[in-house]
Design a protein around this ligand. Sequence first.
Ligand SMILES: *Cc1c(COP(=O)(O)O)cnc(C)c1O
Length: 360
Amino acid sequence: MARVYNFNPGPSTLPLSALEKAKEELIDYQGTGMSIMEASHRAPEYDKIHNDAQALMRELMNIPDNYRILFLGGGASTQFAMIPMNFIPENGSADYVITGSWAKKALKEANIIAKGNIAATSEPDKFNHIPTREELQLDPNAAYVHITTNNTIAGTQYQTFPDVKDKPLLADMSSDILSKKIDVSKFSLIYAGAQKNLGPAGVTVVIIDDHFAAGAREDIPTMLSYGTHIEKNSLFNTPPVFPIYMVNLVLEWVKAQGGVDKIESINKQKADLVYQTIDESDGYYRCPVRKDSRSWMNAVMRLPNEELEKSFIAKAKNEGLHGLKGHRSVGGIRISMYNAMPLEGVEKLTEFMKSFKQEN
Ligand SMILES: *Cc1c(COP(=O)(O)O)cnc(C)c1O
C-alpha cells in the first residue's frame, strides 16, 4: 500500500495512526461485537467517546470552564445561518469582516435573516490581505463582529486577532483550528467544520461562551437553537457518531505529538519552507498574498503561465504529491498543509518545486 502526500484543501489528509485505529476497531468496537456506527448514541461506549473528545478539545485548546463544546451537523455553512438567527436581535445587525469567499457566504446568510454590515473588505484587492484593526468600521449597534481566521481559498490568515473591545468576537476557524495556540477567551463563539484539521466531514465543532449563549433568541426552530444543544450536551438528536469518534482519534494524535505547541512549531516550519522556496525562486513562483497575511495552512501561488501550472500539478501527482490544484475560482496552485501533513511531505514538495523550476 502506498499512501500519497495529500495536499487536498478539504476534506484533507488525516493522521495515519487515527485511520489505522479506526480500521482496527471498525467491525468490533472494543469487544462490543459491533461497530461504533451500529451502537446506540445513548450507550456508555459512545458516551465515553463523546465526553473524551470534549475533554481533549478543552485540554488541547485550553478552553476555559465557562465555554461549552458542541458537536453539530450541517457543516460550517449551517453556522453561517445559525449565528445570525440566534444572535441578531429584532431590527438589529452584525458586523462582518470580508476576507474571502467563506466570509461572503457568512454575510449572505446574515442578510437573509437580518442585516450584515461590511466592517471591512479586501475584495477590491482580490482578498490578498487581512484588513488591520484600524481599517475596521464597527457599528456601535452591531450584535457581534464575525471574522474568518484562515481563508482557505485566498490563502490568507490572521496573525493577530482584532481587539473589538466590548463587542462579542465570533470566528469561523474551519481551516486553522488547533493549528496554533490561541486565546479562546477573546472569542464568544468559535466554529469549525471538522474536515480540515479535526477529522472527517460530518461534524462541526462549536465552542461557545455560556454568557453569550444565554443571550440567544428563543423564537427559532429547536434544532437551530444553540440552547437546545447546550442543554442536551449535543445529544438532543442523534449526533454524527462516527465523525465524532474520528475527531476523538485525531485529538489523541495531537496530544501524542506533544499538543498544540508542538503542532504549531511544525506548522511554522512547513510554512517557512514553502514561502522561502517561493521567495527564492526569482519570481518563477509568485504568491499574490501580502507577506503580513500569509496563511500557514494554505499557500497559494502562480507559475509563469497556466500551461506550466497544469504540468506542475500533473508531474507532482506522478511524484506522489496530490491535491495541489488551486480553487476553481482563483486558479493557480494551492498547497494545503494542515496539521496532519508531515514535514517530510512539505520537504518533498519544495524539492519538487526546485527541480520543476530547473527543468522548465
Ligand atoms: C471549508 C470551509 C467552510 C465550509 O465548511 P462546510 O463544513 O463544508 O460547510 C467554511 N469556512 C471555511 C473557512 C472553510 O475553510
